[in-house]
Ligand binder design. Structure first.
Ligand SMILES: Cc1ncc(COP(=O)(O)O)c(C=O)c1O
Length: 446
C-alpha cells in the first residue's frame, strides 16, 4: 500500500495541502487547533484533551455531538441506499423530511427545496424570488435588498446581499442591482441589552427610502437574518422584523429570513420567525437541520410562491435549479433522526427556558478589561472586546488561541468579538463553565 492510500493517521504529519477556509492558515499551521473526536458537549484533541464546545461546532450541532440515534440512522442509511438522484426520481425519506421541516414552520411555509449548505440555500432562495416574479409576469423585479453586517454565505448571490466588507471586497462587482439596509447596531443606544434591544425598530423604515429610490416595482426581495450571527450576534431590535414585514407587504416585496443559524432551536423556537410572530415568504435553513452531522440546507417556501410555478405542460420542469446532492440520502436520514431527537428531548423549549440563565451568565462578564458590549438572545452571546492599537483582530485571535490551548474551550471570533453558541443540550453548570472560561480568557488577553 502506498503512503497515500494507507489508513489516515489521527495526527497529520503534514498540514500543508489543506488550504483551510476562513482561517489564518499560517498561524494555524504554526500552532494547530486539531480535534479528532466529539461527544455531546465536548470535542477531544488527538491527544485526548477534552475541549468544551462553546460554538456548537459552527453554530450547527444543536443536539450535541455524535448522538447515537443520529449516528445510527446515518449508518443504516449508508448500508441501505447510498445515493439516489432527486432530478426526476426520488427516495421516500426525502419527502418525509420535507413534510417534517414544513410542519415546524409557521403559516403556509409548506414547501421545501433541498440543497447542501447555507450558501446554496441563500442562492436558491434568491433564484426562486427572481423566477417567481418571472412566472408572475413581473420580470422587472430583479433587485435584492440585503443589510449591512449581514452574512448570507459565500455564493455570488449571498456575498452580494451580505454586508461584511471583508467577504466582498476582493470579489469584484458581484450581483448588480443590490442595495442594503443599515445594520441595526448602535452601541450608545443598545449596549448590554438582554435579548432584543428596545432601540432600533425605526431602522426598518429605511426600506421606504430604498423603495422610493429604486421604485417598488423593481425589487424582488429583502433578505435579512432575524439575528445576525456572523457579525457577533446582533439581535433584531424589538418590532423591527414586524415593521420590515409590513413594508414588504405594502409594496408586494418578498421577505426572506435567513435562518441558517437561528433555525432549529437556537432562539428557543423551531424558527425565529415564530419567536417574532412574522411569517416571511421564504426561510433558508442549514446547519441545525442535521445538527451538523451531514451537509444539508434548504429553503422553505410559501404555498402561493410554490404554486405559481406549477403551471404549463406537466412534462416540463417547473424550476431549472437543483444540486446533485439535493436531499442526499445520508443527509436526509441524519435530518429525520435529528428532528426526532429535538422533539423527544424538547430541545427548542429547553433553549427557551435556559435563555434567562444564559443571558445573566453572559452579562456577568460586564466590567472585565476591554469588554465594550455584550449581547445575547436565545442561546447565543456576542462579546465585543476593544481592539489593540494598530492591530485590529489580534486580541480576538489571541482569545481564540488561549481559549483552545489553555482553557479547553472552543468559541468563534469575529475580529475582536467573541461569539458563543453552545449545543442546546448545555446544562446550567456548563453555561457557568463556559463563561468562567471565557472570562479567564478575556482577562488573559488584556
Ligand atoms: C445566516 C447565514 N447564512 C448563510 C450561511 C452560509 O452557510 P454555509 O457555510 O453552510 O454555506 C451562514 C453560515 O454561517 C449563515 O450564518
Amino acid at each position: 500500500m502506498s503512503a497515500k492510500t494507507a489508513a489516515a493517521p489521527v495526527v497529520p504529519n503534514d498540514l500543508a495541502s489543506f488550504w483551510m477556509p476562513f482561517t489564518a492558515n499560517r498561524a494555524f499551521k504554526a500552532r494547530p487547533r486539531l480535534v479528532a473526536r466529539a461527544r455531546d458537549m465536548h470535542y477531544y484533541t488527538p491527544e485526548g484533551r477534552a475541549v468544551l464546545d462553546g460554538a456548537a461546532g459552527l453554530w450547527c450541532t444543536n443536539a450535541g455531538h455524535n448522538r447515537a440515534p443520529i449516528v445510527e440512522a446515518i449508518q443504516r442509511q449508508a448500508a441501505e441506499l447510498d445515493f439516489a438522484p432527486t432530478f426526476q426520481f426520488g427516495h421516500p425519506r426525502a419527502f418525509e423530511l420535507a413534510s417534517r421541516v414544513a410542519a415546524l414552520a409557521p403559516g403556509d411555509l409548506d414547501h421545501v427545496f433541498f440543497c447542501n449548505s447555507g450558501s446554496e440555500a441563500v442562492d436558491t432562495a434568491l433564484k426562486i424570488a427572481l423566477a417567481y416574479w418571472n412566472v408572475r409576469g413581473q420580470a422587472q423585479r430583479v433587485r435584492f435588498i440585503g443589510r449591512e453586517r449581514g452574512y448570507h454565505g459565500v455564493g455570488f448571490g449571498g456575498m452580494s446581499v451580505g454586508g461584511l466588507a471583508n467577504n466582498r471586497k476582493a470579489f469584484g462587482s458581484l450581483l448588480a442591482g443590490v442595495d442594503h439596509l443599515p445594520h441595526t447596531y448602535n452601541r450608545e443606544q443598545q449596549a448590554f441589552s438582554k435579548g432584543e434591544p428596545d432601540w432600533g425598530a425605526h431602522l426598518a423604515d429605511e426600506l421606504e427610502r430604498i423603495v422610493a429610490l429604486h421604485s417598488d416595482t423593481t425589487i424582488a426581495a429583502v433578505i435579512v437574518e432575524p439575528m445576525a450571527g456572523s457579525t457577533a450576534v446582533l439581535p433584531a431590535p424589538k418590532g423591527y422584523l414586524q415593521r420590515l414585514r409590513a413594508i414588504c407587504d405594502k409594496y408586494g416585496i418578498l421577505l426572506i429570513f435567513d435562518e441558517v443559524i437561528t433555525g432549529f432551536g437556537r432562539l428557543g423556537h423551531a424558527f425565529a420567525a415564530e419567536r417574532y410572530g412574522v411569517v416571511p415568504d421564504m426561510i433558508t435553513f442549514a446547519k441545525g437541520v442535521t445538527s451538523g452531522s451531514a451537509p444539508m440546507g434548504g429553503v422553505l417556501v410559501r404555498k402561493g410562491i410554490h404554486d405559481a410555478f406549477m403551471n404549463g405542460p406537466e412534462h416540463v420542469v417547473e424550476f431549472f435549479h437543483g444540486y446533485t446532492y439535493s436531499a442526499h440520502p445520508l443527509a436526509v436520514a441524519a435530518g429525520l433522526a435529528t428532528l426526532d431527537l429535538y422533539r423527544e428531548e424538547d430541545l427548542f423549549a429547553r433553549a427557551k427556558k435556559l435563555e434567562p440563565f444564559w443571558c445573566d451568565a453572559a452579562m456577568s462578564l460586564k466590567g472585565l478589561p476591554n469588554v465594550l458590549d455584550i449581547r445575547c438572545v436565545g442561546l447565543t452571546a456576542g462579546i465585543d472586546l476593544a481592539s489593540k492599537p494598530d492591530a485590529v483582530g489580534k486580541r480576538g485571535f489571541e482569545a481564540m488561541e488561549r481559549g483552545f490551548h489553555d482553557e479547553n474551550i472552543m468559541f468563534r471570533i469575529v475580529g475582536d468579538s467573541v461569539a458563543v453558541s453552545p449545543p442546546l443540550i448545555v446544562s446550567e453548570q456548563q453555561i457557568e463553565e463556559i463563561f468562567d472560561k471565557v472570562g479567564r480568557v478575556i482577562r488573559s488577553v488584556s
